[in-house]
Design a protein around this ligand. Structure first.
Ligand code: ADP
Length: 645
């Protein structure tokens, strides 16, 4: 790498380039997810707003009508008009007004002149004395003859009529009662209309006039009315009018507090909540007259649901509608839900769009956020998986780039060491060869035996050089992928013996003894291998063993054969190799110890060639070594390797 002394290359920028896209991706993704969520929320608001506007228009147009229609079934009259005098009118379905009469008021009769008063006493005494009925009739006839004032006269005629009918003088009785019936003003002391009582007496059960009687009884309410009606068809009308009167009494204070104001309010009557819509009527009746529509709460709710469900778009599944009418929740909701849309709606209380009352509030709440955000959540999940996947990949890339970077750095360093090692290794033998050759050339070695020794040295050194160069060439072929192995039958015993012999001189030079140990059992036939390559590998191992052996040490070389495989091992008594370096020493250019001190000879490629050769033979190298205990390298090779060139 950079050996110029300039800044050392760092991994920082590469790391940033690898990881930056990941962070950018994550950032952009998170941002768009956030936008996604906001968009979903905005859509929901728009949709709810739209739905609410339609609801609001429906309520405006139909709710009062629907409530009015439903209120026909309720206890209180459907709609009530109160005139300026406090008279109640109920409007039936066809909008005609029927007066709801007030209850009778007791009448104080005028004072009678003494003669008439005496005659009245006499008549009453005769009637209640249980004596002869004729006496009573005569007494009443006498009183009538005195022409008493109007109320007394009709009462007397009524009593007389009843007595005559008891005496079976039907025609006379009926005439008398008919006269009473004709006087519409006469009342009893309690204020009961006498004419009605007369009519009751004159209209037997099977008479066709009975319906008229019932109507008269209902229109002139008193404690007698239920007795006259006897639970018949008019009873329901009566009950409703009674209830209406009672209801009016209940709300009248509230009504008259603001007589000229249209409004809606709730009231509790007959154990029920009632919505009351009030509107002053102009030009119809005196100023204080007003229109009243009371609707009981269940009917309000039903009308609301009818109106909401007709011609409306469906309510979104994630939202729930809350409706308030006159400040009271009719469709209640959980107030903790987030509000999506809010609209006001009018109540058309004039039923012709002329007068409206802003009394309804519609609110859409987000009741099921999980539905609204379902899609977005799925996207988040996918995105998280994507980011996680990218993170894992980027991290793997980062780690591998980081390791590659450091490997490159180390390799670069080792290569430059290699060059200096090679130069170093070449310099010594070349220098000594030059010295020897020069001495011989100049004839400076007269002694014949000395000369022979010098020639021996020259051969020795040039062999070492050849072996070194051979190793380098081999290595370069391996590196370039050009190394070819020639598998052929090889005499293994011969090969090993020859190699040991070859290495003998350099071992002797270092004071190391080489010993060959062959296992007896294995047989001695030829094996199928690349003899030259195996020999070179063995040379490398023996060379290492010799180099690392102490002077006087022994290097054992062994050959073992088994069926289909053979082992060649070299064992020394040298310094040994710590376990953590057992793998690394097989890496190319790797040399133990400090490069600067060059503690051992060598150029760091011998073992990598051994490994390559053994693996090309389908085998493996086994190292057994520990510091201070020597080393044993075993080449475990297949006899018939599968890979044949
Ligand atoms: P070199 O040519 O430098 O010996 P090798 O690849 O043959 O390169 O060996 C790599 C390293 O392994 C050597 O630098 C040496 O430290 C260590 N080594 C190899 N053989 C032995 C051994 N028999 N005893 C101790 N160390 C050894």
């Amino acid at each position: 790498m950079d050996k110029t002394g300039a800044t050392k290359p760092t991994f920082l920028w590469r790391g940033i380039l690898i990881l930056l896209p990941l962070f950018l991706l994550a950032g952009v993704g998170l941002y768009s997810l956030r936008r996604d969520r906001l968009t979903a929320e905005l859509d929901a608001r728009d949709r709810c707003q739209y739905v609410e506007q339609i609801y609001s228009a429906n309520i405006d147009g139909w709710l009062v009508q629907r409530m009015a229609a439903l209120s026909l079934t309720q206890k209180v009259g459907m709609s009530i008009v109160i005139d300026g005098k406090g008279n109640l009118f109920s409007l039936d379905g066809s909008k005609t007004r029927a007066r709801i009469p007030g209850t009778p008021v007791p009448q104080v009769p005028p004072e009678l002149p003494p003669a008439q008063a005496a005659a009245l006493h006499e008549a009453r005494d005769a009637e209640y004395a249980k004596g002869d009925i004729s006496d009573a009739i005569a007494a009443w006839q006498k009183f009538i003859a005195l022409s008493p004032p109007a109320p007394y006269l009709s009462r007397a005629k009524y009593d007389l009529g009843l007595l005559l009918s008891r005496r079976n003088e039907t025609a006379a009785a009926d005439k008398m009662l008919a006269e009473v019936q004709a006087d519409r003003k006469a009342t009893t002391e309690d204020g009961l209309p006498l004419w009605l009582l007369a009519e009751f007496q004159r209209t037997p059960k099977n008479s066709p006039n009975r319906q008229t009687l019932y109507r008269h009884a209902v229109d002139n309410p008193s404690f007698l009315t239920p007795a006259i009606l006897e639970g018949g068809p008019w009873q329901a009308v009566w009950d409703k009018e009674q209830a209406t009167r009672d209801f009016y009494l209940h709300v009248s204070d509230e009504l008259h507090a603001h007589p000229a104001e249209a409004r809606a309010f709730w009231t509790k009557w007959d154990q029920q909540e009632w919505l009351v819509l009030v509107r002053p009527i102009d030009g119809v009746a005196p100023a204080a007259s007003m229109f009243l529509l009371p609707v009981e709460k269940p009917l309000v709710l039903q009308a609301l649901q009818d109106v909401l469900s007709s011609n409306s778009p469906p309510q979104p599944g994630y939202a729930q509608l809350g409706v308030e009418i006159a400040g009271e929740p009719v469709l209640p909701v959980n107030q903790n839900w987030p509000l999506l849309a809010k609209n006001d709606a009018d109540l058309d209380i004039s039923s012709a769009g002329l007068q409206t009352l802003q009394a309804v509030t519609l609110c859409e709440y987000l009741s099921r956020p999980e539905l609204l955000y379902a899609q977005q959540r799925a996207r988040t999940l996918w995105f998280a998986v994507l980011i996680l996947g990218s993170a894992v990949v980027a991290l793997a890339g980062f780690v591998s780039a980081y390791r590659g970077f450091h490997q490159q750095l180390r390799l670069g360093e080792m290569k430059s060491n290699f060059v200096s090692s090679v130069s170093h290794e070449l310099r010594a033998p070349i220098a000594s060869m030059r010295l020897l050759a020069e001495s011989l050339q100049r004839g400076k070695v007269p002694d014949e035996s000395k000369r022979t020794e010098y020639y021996g040295f020259l051969v020795q050194e040039s062999r070492r050089l050849s072996s070194l160069i051979e190793n380098i060439l081999d290595f370069s072929r391996i590196e370039q992928g050009r190394k070819k192995y020639q598998f052929e039958p090889t005499d293994l015993d011969f090969l090993v013996e020859q190699t040991v012999k070859l290495m003998q001189p350099s071992a002797t030079e270092r004071g190391v003894e080489l010993k060959l140990q062959k296992a007896e059992s294995g047989g001695n036939g030829a094996v199928y291998c690349d003899g030259l390559a195996v020999q070179q590998a063995l040379i490398n191992l023996i060379d290492n063993a010799v180099k690392h052996s102490p002077r006087g040490g022994v290097v054992m070389i062994g050959l073992e054969r088994e069926a289909g495989r053979f082992k060649l091992w070299v064992e020394d008594q040298g310094s040994g190799i710590p376990a953590e370096e057992h793998e690394r020493i097989f890496e190319r250019f790797y040399r133990r110890g400090s490069e600067l001190r060059r503690e051992t000879q060598g150029i760091g490629i011998g073992l990598s060639i051994v490994k390559h050769t053994v693996e090309a033979h389908g085998g493996r190298v086994v190292l057994r070594s520990a510091p201070g205990e020597g080393s044993r390298f075993t080449m475990d090779l297949l006899d018939r390797p599968a890979m044949k060139d």
